[in-house]
Write a protein that binds this ligand. Structure first.
Ligand SMILES: Cc1cc2nc3c(=O)[nH]c(=O)nc-3n(C[C@H](O)[C@H](O)[C@H](O)COP(=O)(O)OP(=O)(O)OC[C@H]3O[C@@H](n4cnc5c(N)ncnc54)[C@H](O)[C@@H]3O)c2cc1C
Length: 450
């Protein structure tokens, strides 16, 4: 392809959806990935994705061999494993665990069918930059060893957690120094169980400092007798590896006794609000490269797909108007961040709340139902935690003896509201970004619950 309009680095779920949308809109689209074609889609992941993301984007539901299990609820366990919260009957929670490879191959094929050109075995090393304007990428063809420069109007970094383009750019618009405490290090195994699952449509989540410091462990069904189970932890050094925590968990939780290992691998995922700006001059970021991940559970598949659709449309508009600057791409920020991005940002406050509550207080909160399924659902939908006067009175009664815990809850509810408001007021141009960022950082700084 001679001088593509857009080069997309990375053919994960976010990159494929972006490529498909760009190609559908008539852009000459080049999609690059370092993997061989038949491995595109493979990813260390919990594999769970909610139906709501497909409904929001119009992307077809996973079907046939793309589905491992249908998910219709979750049990959330506190550290003492008693009084678990059973989440059932919330459509927001309905979804699937997917076969990452088959489903990823389908997303790739859809991008190719829409007209995107895909090159496998391509390791992208560097962005090409003139001043602050990104003008293309430099890559190595891993099959031939050839080094190539490809120029394009817009470059999209969809390279996942590695963010290979973003991390090499310097601009006041671009964040590339992500705090280690905002990164979850994970280890997960695919396991065959000794017995079929009693509830093969229910995901399980386990909280607590011993099981998963500043994170959680999960067991997601992958069929009636297969599971995806793992641990994600945050907080930087000194907490032990996620694998060591998982091995301990495996010895403690009876369902995992005597399981047969199919695959075990580590991975990392960002768990904070999205980037303050998901565009620079001639460049945009999508998926994990844009930190588009739900901070409480690390789910990023849906968040990246939603962004990919918007980004394709914005790139087309910028190219049509011949404005390849950050201003030309700015509507990607203003369409995503005050909407879905707002959810993710307010959930960072919720994540900080969960991390600031001791195991003992968490057990108490579960026992007295200080947080209910409806609160989790409202928080997840971006509506914050609604504490009406009646609600407050009910909870004060139930929470008697742990006023400090109630106060933390109240504080989190207030900060989530503030964060929501800040994101609704996301600036309409890059020159107002600095003031907005100050407001957001102020809220984050107050979100200390220890
Ligand atoms: C253990 C774990 C469990 C998770 N569980 C869930 C879950 O249950 N549900 C959920 O929604 N999310 C989950 N996530 C997060 C989710 O996997 C990611 O948010 C999502 O896959 C990100 O998609 P992406 O397209 O941005 O990046 P990726 O899927 O990582 O794709 C990036 C692509 O870029 C390519 N690439 C990277 N560098 C280069 C380079 N230099 N040159 C060329 N190509 C390159 C890679 O080969 C890859 O194909 C989990 C993450 C982890 C680590």
């Amino acid at each position: 392809m001679k001088r593509p309009d857009v080069v997309i680095v990375g053919a994960g779920s976010a990159g494929c959806v972006t490529a498909r949308r760009c190609a559908e809109l008539g852009l000459k689209t080049l999609l690059l990935d370092r993997k061989p074609k038949k491995e595109v889609g493979q990813k260390v992941c919990g594999d769970e994705v909610s139906k709501s993301h497909f409904e929001a984007t119009g992307i077809e539901y996973p079907a046939d061999d793309e589905i491992s299990s249908v998910i219709a609820g979750a049990d959330v366990y506190p550290p003492n494993m008693k009084n678990e919260l059973r989440v059932r009957g919330w459509s927001e929670f309905d979804g699937w665990t997917v076969n990452r490879l088959s489903w990823g191959q389908r997303l790739l094929q859809e991008a190719i069918d829409a007209g995107a050109k895909f090159l496998p075995n391509i390791h992208v090393g560097m962005p090409m930059v003139i001043g602050e304007q990104v003008t293309g990428v430099e890559y190595k063809d891993l099959s031939s060893g050839q080094e190539v420069i490809v120029k394009s109007k817009i470059v999209v970094d969809a390279s996942g957690f590695a963010a290979v383009i973003r991390n090499k750019l310097e601009s006041s618009l671009i964040e590339n120094d992500i705090d280690k405490r905002d990164i979850a290090l994970c280890y997960r195994e695919i396991l065959t169980l000794k017995m079929p699952l009693a509830e093969p449509e229910v995901a399980r989540v386990f909280l607590g400092g011993e099981i998963a410091p500043q994170g959680y462990a999960w067991i997601f069904p992958k069929g009636v007798q297969e599971i995806n189970a793992g641990v994600g932890i945050t907080g930087g050094k000194g907490r032990g590896s996620p694998k060591s925590h998982f091995i301990k968990f495996k010895k403690k939780y009876p369902l995992l006794f005597g399981t047969e290992l199919i695959d075990g691998k580590g991975g990392a995922v960002p768990v904070r609000r999205p980037l303050k700006s998901m565009v620079g001059h001639g460049v945009a970021f999508v998926g994990d490269a844009a930190l588009q991940v739900n901070p409480i559970h690390g789910g990023g598949i849906g968040a990246g797909m939603r962004a990919g659709i918007i980004l394709g449309e914005v790139v087309r508009g910028a190219i049509a108007r011949r404005d390849l600057s950050a201003t030309g791409l700015w509507s990607y920020n203003t369409r995503y961040l005050p909407n879905f991005g707002r959810r993710l940002a307010s959930l960072e406050i919720f994540r900080r709340l969960l991390q600031g509550v001791s195991d003992e207080d968490m057990d108490f909160g579960f026992e007295r139902r200080l947080l209910e399924a409806k609160d989790l659902m409202a928080a997840n939908a971006g509506d914050g935690i609604s504490l009406s006067m009646a609600d407050k009175l009910k909870r004060v009664k139930r929470g008697a003896g742990k006023i400090s815990l109630l106060m933390k809850l109240q504080k989190a509810a207030g900060l989530m509201k503030k964060m929501n408001k800040a994101y609704i007021n996301y600036p309409d141009s890059p020159d107002k970004l600095e003031d907005w960022e100050e407001t957001v950082l102020g809220i984050i700084e107050s979100a200390n619950f220890e």
